[in-house]
Design a protein around this ligand. Structure first.
Ligand SMILES: Nc1ncnc2c1ncn2[C@@H]1O[C@H](COP(=O)(O)OP(=O)(O)OP(=O)(O)O)[C@@H](O)[C@H]1O
Length: 320
């Protein structure tokens, strides 16, 4: 993306590739030469079908995995190289909210302990301050203070996600990554959580990475949208221009799919006839060439490089 003059880059992925060995001499390319920038106080939405490599990529941002090649720069420092105490301290800068809070909450911990655990780990508060601190954070995420002594199993899905957001906020991170964080919620609850995220972002100038397979939701929340296909970023553009300015045949197929299958494209995209290829068998040229109705000879031979076609709008397609 070429909007550096307007926005401050906080986090940047440079030529990030991740290969998984799945058998002797057989490698699966989950991320292929990804370049993305996260700007101060802005939301970058990452969208693509199930299995395209979104979660693999987001794990690098929160130091849960390291790429096979490439760099993840946080304020210019390559965090893939951090180890030990430096890595532990860095974790305060970038927090994550997962799809399923049950997997990250201990069922034996009270809500106040869940919210304050990071603060106690980093010795930011004393034990005696836990109750008041947890109440403050519950108020921030618009939950009643008296939940502090409850256990997670007694909360609804939406309430648990609010607690997860409170915990992520507690260390005052510069960046929060949301990995399908609203996908398991009912549509009305989802909307309330998205509104809360937008409000908290504005108040705290947080940089957000929002992974989601729902392109309509991404268009609503993201300042910039990156579209991923088979481990490749095929197009990046401003969220408010997604429906009018998208040019890549894959992005357009995703947008059409909203109308085809009622806004849920975890199912097969009906506007594309063929099946998605296996990441074990990515075409030599453009990753989308086997399914593209505008395919040309060059598409089968050469991988298209990203080109900037207008401010904040990059595309990797031989048509442009
Ligand atoms: N540890 C691993 N070993 C082998 N293959 C893996 C591993 N982790 C992920 N993959 C493969 O990498 C590809 C990308 O997976 P990833 O989970 O990143 O996709 P995703 O877009 O997040 O999908 P979903 O939304 O379904 O989680 C998939 O083909 C997946 O099977």
């Amino acid at each position: 993306m070429s909007v550096d003059n307007d926005f401050q880059v906080v986090l940047e992925a440079k030529h990030v590739t991740r290969k998984f060995q799945v058998a002797k001499d057989v490698y699966l390319t989950a991320n292929n030469d990804i370049n993305l920038k996260f700007y101060k106080g802005k939301t970058l939405g990452l969208v693509g079908e199930s299995g395209c490599g979104k979660s693999t990529f987001m794990k690098f941002l929160v130091s849960l995995d390291t790429p096979t090649k490439g760099e993840i720069l946080y304020r210019g420092e390559d965090i893939t190289k951090l180890k030990g105490e430096k890595l532990r301290l860095h974790r305060q800068n970038i927090q994550m909210v997962f799809q399923d809070p049950n997997s990250s909450f201990s069922p034996k911990m009270k809500i106040k302990e869940i919210i304050c655990e990071p603060l106690l780990n980093f010795k930011r508060i004393k034990r005696s301050e836990v109750d008041q601190t947890a109440k403050n954070y519950l108020r921030l995420v618009e939950l009643p203070e008296d939940l502090i002594n409850r256990y997670p199993h007694s909360l609804s899905g939406g309430q648990k996600q609010r607690v997860a957001i409170a915990r992520a906020l507690s260390l005052e991170p510069e960046v929060i990554i949301f990995d399908e964080a609203t996908s398991a919620l009912d549509v009305s609850v989802q909307k309330n959580i998205v509104d809360l995220i937008k409000k908290l972002q504005k108040e705290n100038n947080i940089t957000i990475g929002f992974i989601c397979h729902d392109i309509a939701l991404i268009a609503d929340i993201a300042d910039y949208v990156a579209v991923m296909y088979l481990g490749n970023i095929v197009e990046t553009l401003p969220g408010d221009k997604l429906s009018t300015d998208a040019k890549h045949p894959y992005t357009k197929a995703l947008i059409d799919s909203i109308f085809d299958i009622g806004m849920d494209f975890s199912q097969k995209i009906q506007s594309i006839d063929s099946e998605i290829p296996s990441p074990l068998d990515i075409p030599a040229g453009c990753p989308f060439c086997d399914r593209c109705d505008k395919v040309m000879d060059i598409c089968k031979k050469e991988r298209p490089t990203e080109k900037t076609i207008s401010q904040g709008h990059d595309i990797a397609c031989h048509l442009f």
